[in-house]
Design a binder for this molecule. Structure first.
Ligand code: GRF
Length: 210
């Protein structure tokens, strides 16, 4: 089976990107990362891409005269690398509608909580885990979901629970959630690589392996 060609967008350290690359190297993920794009020149994700010989692109909206020009440059890069899916691996910018339209149901995001709880604007990084603790939740988790026009609103593909412990800080909770993130993102991508994902409205149905 041919490899699913994915582009990763990332703003930060890139540990989810690194986990995806490890899963590919282990042979448990039938994908190829064909492009890494970041809005931050110094993002760890761009360095990881360079180490792996993956084309790395720094693209920020500020470099362009209009959102349309930014989108076109991005769409051109995605097309140039024959991108089939996009993963948002810690990408903190909103995806513009023209990109969503071009890759409808083919953009995945990972969120470090069980959506729709603790999602939306401002809910990223430490804020998410602190909000979970402040609410007094007993469980949190990870959501891999399709991306639509709103932050953290697209339908879930996979979710996994992580128990909150009595002595958790935002940092300790983030660290345990991250362990699950690193597994579940590749699992979700592999489902797409195997052609087992069917989107029925908000229900993302995972078909059995043939
Ligand atoms: C992760 O916690 C992810 O859930 C969120 O952003 C963070 C990115 O971390 N969307 P990393 O850059 O992959 O290490």
């Amino acid at each position: 089976m041919s490899k699913l060609r994915i582009a990763a967008f990332a703003s930060g350290r890139g540990s989810n990107l690194a986990a995806i690359l490890e899963a590919i190297e282990r042979g448990s993920l039938n994908c190829e990362v064909v492009l890494v794009m970041s809005n931050k020149r110094d993002a760890g994700a761009l360095a990881i891409a360079a180490e792996h010989g993956i084309p790395a692109l720094h693209l920020a909206a500020e470099q362009f005269a209009s959102p349309q020009e930014f989108d076109q440059r991005l769409l051109d890069a995605l097309a140039e690398h024959k991108t089939e899916m996009i993963v948002l691996a810690g990408y903190l910018k909103k995806i513009n509608p023209s990109i969503i339209r071009a890759y409808r149901n083919r953009i995945l995001n990972i969120h470090p909580a069980l959506l729709p709880a603790f999602g939306g604007k401002g809910m990223y990084g430490r804020n998410v885990h602190q909000a979970v603790l402040d609410y007094g939740c007993k469980v949190t988790g990870v959501t891999v979901h399709l991306v639509d026009e709103e932050y953290d609103r697209g339908p879930p593909v996979l979710q996994r629970c992580v128990p909150v412990q009595e002595d958790d800080s935002a940092e300790s909770l983030a660290a345990r959630v991250l362990v699950e993130e690193h597994k579940i993102f590749s699992e979700a991508l592999q489902l797409f690589a195997e052609g087992r994902v069917e989107v029925r409205g908000r229900r993302v149905v995972i078909r059995d392996r043939q």
